[in-house]
Structures are given as C-alpha cells and as structure tokens.
Design a protein around this ligand. Structure first.
Ligand code: 3H9
Length: 706
C-alpha cells in the first residue's frame, strides 16, 4: 500500500509494521536532490504513521546507492543537503535498517551508517571512495566510520577508497549481519521484523564507542599522516581526511560534522576535484564511439597471437588472464619456446609472490598452445599480430592471415606507428582489419588504442571495444596516423624537452620538474626505462622524411652511439649502479650535452621549473589539439584518457586538455606564440587552438559534441 506521494525515485510501502523505502534512481541510485527529498519525506511518513514500527531502506536494481550525484557538484546546492538527510535518518525515533546489495559507496555508505542497523548480501561492496574524486566523505562518514570501526580501519577505508566485501565489512563492524541469500529486500524485511519483535532500540552511530582507546587511535592518525606525507604529497584531500578523522577523536560529534563540512567544501572548490571528476566521466565517455553505438561486437572466444617477443607475450598474458584460450605463432620452434617461456615467466613470478598457486598456473597454461604454422589459426575468432615493426613483414603476416583465418575472424595489428590502411590492403578482407595498440607491459598497462582504418567494418571496431572490457582495459578510439594519439603527441613534447636540454636545462632538472608536476617519472627516466635504442630506431626511421629546416637535437644519438641504452645497459641519461632501478646523474652525459651545445653554437641559459613545464605542456596540448582537429581523436577527452592511462599523466590534473582549460587556452596560445619567436617551425599554433581562443571557447565544449 502506498502511504504517501513522494517523488517516484523514492517509493514507500508498508509491509506489516515495516515501512519499506525503496530508492529507484537508475543507473546507480545516486543521491540526486529528488532522492534526498524522497528520503526525508519517507522518514517523516514513518514517524507520522503509528502502524510503522521500523523502517527498511533498500536500493532498487543492482546497487544500494553509489553515492552523491557527482553531476551536481559545482552547481548551486539544493536542499536538503546530504548531511541533513543523514541526520534525519539517524534522528528517526523508530529503528532504521539499511539492506545493502551492490554498491554502497560514498554518500551511499554514509546513508547506511546513519541507519541504526545494517545488513549486506554477498553482492554488496561498501566503501568511501571520495578520495578518488579529490574529496573527503562529506555527510558524516569521517565522524561516524571512526566511531563505529575505530580510526585505523576508518582511515584505511577513506584514504584508500577501496571497496570492502560483506565478510570483511562484518569483521570490521561496518555491518551487523551478513544476508544468507542474494535478495537484500527480503533479507532486510526479515531482519527488520526480527528487530521489531525483539523491541530492538534505536542505535545511533554517533553514539558508538570504537574510539575509547585514545592512545591507539592517536597512533593510527599519526601513522596515516606520515604515510600520506610520503606517498600523496601533491594531493589535496588526503590530509583533509586525516584532519576530519582526527576531529572524531577530539571534538563532540556535531562540531566534528561542522569541521567535516568545511573541509569537504574546500575540496569541492579545489582544481584537483575538478580534474579527478573529469577523469571519472572521461574514462566512461571514451566507450561511446560511433561504432559502439551502431554495431554489435562479434563473439570472441579464442585468440591468436603472432610473435612471442615482449609485446606478443604480454598480450598473450592479457588474453589468458581474461580467460581466453591463446594460440601463439612463431617462425620456428626455438622462437616459440622463447615466446612460451616469456609467458610462463609472468605466471612463475605470481607463483613466487604467492599470488597464484602452481595448480592455477597450470590451469592457465593449459589454455596456451603454440605453433609454427598459421594453419593453427583456422578457427580462431581474433588474431593480434605483434611482430617486428616492418611494413613488409607485417604485410606478409596479414596476407597469410587472409589465407588461413575463417571468415568473420577479426585481424588486428599491434603496430605502434605503421599505416594500418596499408597493412589492411594486403589482405583480401580489409573490413576485418583494425589496430589494437597495447602498451608495454601489455598485461599491466590499462590503455588500449583502438585504431580505426578507413575500410574496417563497424562491428570489428565494436569488437575491439568489447575485447577491452574483457581485458579490463580502457579503450580509446584513434584514427590512423604516425603514432596514433599517444605516441604522436609524445614525439612532439619529447622534442620540446630535447630543445630545452640543448638550450640549457639539464635532463635531471627537466625530470624533476615533470615529477613535481605529478608524473611518476620524467621523460629522460622513461627513455632509460624503455631503452634508448627504441627512440634511436624511430629517429633513424624518420631521418629520411625529416624536414631539413627542423631543429634536430643530437644529444640522444651521441648517448646511444656509446651503447648507453638506459637501465638495461647500466647507463643512459643516468648511471645505474649494479642493476639499480633508480639512476644518478652522470657527469659524462653532462659533458656530452656541453659538447653538443658547443657544436650547435648554443650558449646555455637557465630555465626555471615553471618555464620547463609551460613549454612541455604547451607542446603536448598543441599537438593534442592537432590530433582532435584532424579527427585522430574523437574529442579532447579521448586525448586526456590516453595520457591518464598510457603515459602516467597525473590524474588529479584531469589530462592535458582538461589541464589546458584550467590554465586558459588564450594563455596556452600566448605561450606558443612567444616560443614561436625562436622557432616558428616547431611552435606552429594548432588551428583548433586558435579557433577556440577566437570563439572564447574551451576544449570541454568539444567533449559534449559527439
Ligand atoms: C560522495 O558520495 C560525496 C559524499 O560523501 C558527500 C556529499 C555531500 N553520480 O561506472 P558505471 C554513472 S562522492 C552520478 O559505468 P558500473 C556513470 O557516470 C560519490 N552518476 O557502472 C555512468 O553513467 P553513463 C562517491 C554516477 O556498474 C553510470 O552511472 N561515490 C555516479 O561499472 C554507470 O556507471 C563514488 O565515487 C554518481 N555517484 O559501476 C562511486 N556513479 O552510463 C562512483 C556512477 O552515462 N561510481 N554514475 O556513462 C562507481 O564507482 C561505479 O559507477 C559503480 C558502478 C561501482 C557504482
């Protein structure tokens, strides 16, 4: 029986003496203003109805509540606020039970913490992931969670943002009961009726006493503070989280709540919050490509890999991890044995670390077969070619694939820069050919560029996206060009770094400035890690087509000529003593740089860290704009996601294009024009950047256009 008219995202219905309050706000029951109003109205209705002895809150669909409605952040607040809703629930004079299935995250868990009793079924995942959005829990989570489970456990949850399964939640004391079945509503009704029968009292989390042992709690807070200072130096919200949780120890509940609110609003106003929420939506929006809307993916239940080198083996592991059977093709038995050994080595490492049992390893390897004959791929659904980067070799592979593979098989190349249209033309079925550009190590890196050649069928592209989901990777649609989205842009800002090195900044200063910006490594450290020979090979390949008028810095070539390829040879830009993974500056490299400056007639000048980043980012953003302008990337957000997932761009800055918006595009353009006075060939403003500045628009305005 419907008791009263509340907005339909929250419905109420009496079941005996229990008022069942159901939140139905697809897709994830986020706490929009209507839900908040509905919840308050439901509690009011429960108080007013003498026949109601308890309240049960449930979520319709797969989730309980995924949290505050992130789309409302940054807009004018609407009443009631979430803290007010939580307060209203907790203050209810009749027992309130939360029955959780699926996500109870952020504000969703805070609603549950405001209820008086909590039950979760097996599908439940509980967490306070606000830190991942640059926030702190803002509706009592920092005050109620420590009171319920202690400061140490609460800090662990809130600082990591991790999701907790119901068993652990029970052990922690976050919930009171584990539901035996899967139906949270049915389990919750039984629980609520039991509580009514037992005349169970209202039990408010604000009065919980897990903080009584002050000394232990303080130690936990100090440990978290030291750890955060070390690990999350450049992040804004983690220290605010610690401050708020500390208040749970030192202040009365209502004062703690007031402090939490103040700190939450500071976080809401921070550019890091804007960057992280942009990243959250962008990584979901990349899934919306024209082909994913237009076509259904082909089924992929088996996979072939051509080539058992580092890349091929990494891709094989990614496929095996996703549960697919893999057939690896190599040209001869010794190469095949090496390919298999590469794959096994990864799983042996996991066994050694105790993350995989020998039995589980054997089960995975049972899905791996190898062959020296392409005929073994006759029934395979999808093949990824990962052979040497040479057009003639690739064309020969694709001609073979066209001959042996069944009709409808997807034929993918993992090339990093070769023209996929040309590769596709070498088969009898170009409509089945696309690029799947994995990043090394392919079983770990999350980015997968889905490269779309001119003649490919839409369902083949959709299959690439579906495969990414299976592999738990983040796909970004890219057009065909040298380097696609990521490596094409990388080539340009790497040159900007080389120019600065020759003009007076040391590689060590540049790396430090880039790390201070938030990257885990600077460009020269990355070069040493990847192997200087890789970039050297690319430079040689491009030498014939290089514009003779373009500036070319030879320092890297001088270093490579000495056989210094980075970590694997013990020296590159840095010195690596006895296999160390962190290098130290090398005076001989500095001498090489000095000699090159002299040879080029350059008098070195000092660079500030700020100027280094201005140039580095201007180069990245300008080429990013070119990539969008030429439709290599669908939208600026696709460039952002590429850099967040493939190049270590600091997530709290949202990606290079989002970052450029925060700096202001007119400022970026002014910088480029200023730099162009020294080198007008390198610093050519992107037509898109110029157009946006003229219109007073930004990159974000293009993200909505698809
Ligand atoms: C918070 O609660 C602050 C409070 O402490 C204080 C406030 C005062 N809002 O991920 P999916 C959308 S902060 C709005 O693909 P899944 C998402 O964009 C919040 N929209 O599904 C997507 O839209 P579209 C703390 C949201 O099944 C659709 O839902 N909570 C929200 O793979 C499906 O999402 C979090 O940080 C939201 N809160 O995963 C949890 N959440 O279809 C964030 C999702 O248009 N959410 N959407 O692309 C998640 O972690 C996952 O979405 C979840 C489901 C695990 C719930």
């Amino acid at each position: 029986m419907a008791l009263n008219a509340v907005p339909e995202v929250v419905t109420t219905e009496r079941r005996h003496s229990v008022l069942l309050v159901s939140i139905d706000n697809p897709p994830v029951n986020a706490l929009s203003v209507d839900v908040r109003r509905g919840l308050v109205a439901a509690i009011d209705a429960a108080e007013a109805d003498g026949a109601v002895a308890a309240v049960l809150i449930v979520g319709a669909g797969r989730n309980f509540i995924a949290g505050a409605d992130i789309r409302e952040f940054g807009k004018p607040p609407q009443s009631p606020s979430l803290p007010e809703v939580c307060h209203r629930i907790e203050a209810c004079s009749k027992p309130v039970v939360a029955a959780i299935q699926g996500a109870a995250l952020g504000g969703g868990l805070e609603i549950a913490l405001s209820a008086h009793y909590r039950l979760a079924v097996t599908s439940a995942r509980l967490g306070l992931p606000e830190v991942q959005l640059g926030l702190i829990p803002g509706s009592g989570g920092t005050q109620r969670a420590p009171r319920l489970i202690g400061a140490k456990a609460a800090l662990d949850l809130i600082l990591s943002g991790r999701h907790v399964a119901p068993k652990e939640a029970l052990t922690l004391g976050l919930i009171d009961r584990l539901g035996e079945g899967t139906d949270a509503m049915a389990e919750g009704l039984n629980y609520a009726q039991e509580l009514v029968a037992a005349r169970a009292p209202v039990r408010r989390t604000r009065d919980a006493n897990a903080l009584t042992d002050q000394e232990t709690q303080r130690a936990a807070i100090e440990a978290a503070r030291a750890d955060t200072a070390r690990k999350s130096r450049s992040l804004f919200s983690p220290m605010k989280i610690i401050e708020a949780v500390e208040a749970a120890l030192t202040l009365p509940f209502d004062e703690g709540l007031a402090l939490e609110r103040k700190l939450f609003l500071q976080c809401i106003d921070s550019p890091q919050r804007a960057g992280l929420i942009h990243a959250f939506f962008a990584e979901r929006e990349v899934l919306n490509a024209p082909e994913t809307k237009a076509a259904k993916p082909r089924p992929v239940n088996s996979c072939g890999i051509i080539g058992g080198g580092t890349m091929g083996a990494g891709i094989a592991v990614a496929m095996l991890d996703a549960g697919l059977p893999v057939t690896m093709i190599e040209r001869d038995e010794p190469s095949l044995a090496r390919g298999r050994a590469h794959v096994e080595k990864v799983y042996d490492g996991l066994v050694k670390k105790g993350r995989l049992t020998p039995g589980a390893k054997a089960a995975v390897m049972a899905r791996f077969t190898g062959s020296t004959s392409y005929d073994a791929l006759a029934q395979t659904d999808l093949v990824v070619e990962a052979v040497f980067e040479d057009m003639a070799v690739k064309k020969a592979v694709f001609a073979e694939l066209g001959r042996v593979c069944k009709m409808g098989a997807v034929l993918a190349t993992n090339t990093s820069y070769l023209d996929i249209d040309e590769i596709a033309a070498s088969t009898s079925r170009p409509g089945d050919v696309l690029g799947l550009h994995f990043f090394s190590p392919a079983n770990i890196m999350k980015l997968l560029e889905i490269v779309v050649p001119a003649k490919v069928n839409a369902d083949v592209v959709a299959t690439g996206f579906e495969l990414a989901k299976k592999l738990k990777k983040t796909p970004v649609r890219a057009g065909v060009c040298d380097g696609f989205i990521g490596n094409r842009i990388l080539a340009v800002y790497r040159q900007a770094a080389d120019h600065m090195m020759e003009d007076g900044a040391s590689p060590y200063q540049i790396d430090q400035a880039v790390r201070d910006f938030g990257y885990p490594m600077g460009p020269f450290e990355v070069s040493d890690l990847a192997g200087g020979d890789i970039g050297w090979a690319t430079r040689k390949r491009k030498a014939a087509t290089r514009d003779p008028k373009a500036r070319y810095v030879q320092i890297a070539d001088r270093i490579c000529e000495r056989g210094w390829f980075g970590q694997k040879t013990g020296r590159g830009y840095y010195l690596y003593v006895e296999g160390a993974r962190t290098g130290t500056p090398d005076p001989e490299v500095t001498a090489i740089i000095d000699a090159e400056r002299q040879r080029a007639g350059i008098t070195p000048r000092p660079f500030s860290d700020e100027e280094i980043m201005r140039r580095y980012m201007a180069a990245m953003v300008n080429e990013g704009a070119n990539v969008v302008h030429q439709r290599i990337a669908l939208r600026p957000l696709d460039v952002d996601v590429t850099f967040l997932y493939g190049y270590g761009f600091p997530r709290h800055r949202g990606g290079p294009m989002h970052y450029a918006d925060t700096v202001g595009l007119s400022q970026v353009l002014a910088d480029i024009r200023e730099f162009a006075r020294e080198d007008s060939l390198f610093w050519q403003p992107s037509p898109l950047l110029v157009e946006l500045v003229e219109r007073g628009a930004n990159f974000a305005s293009l993200n909505q256009s698809e």
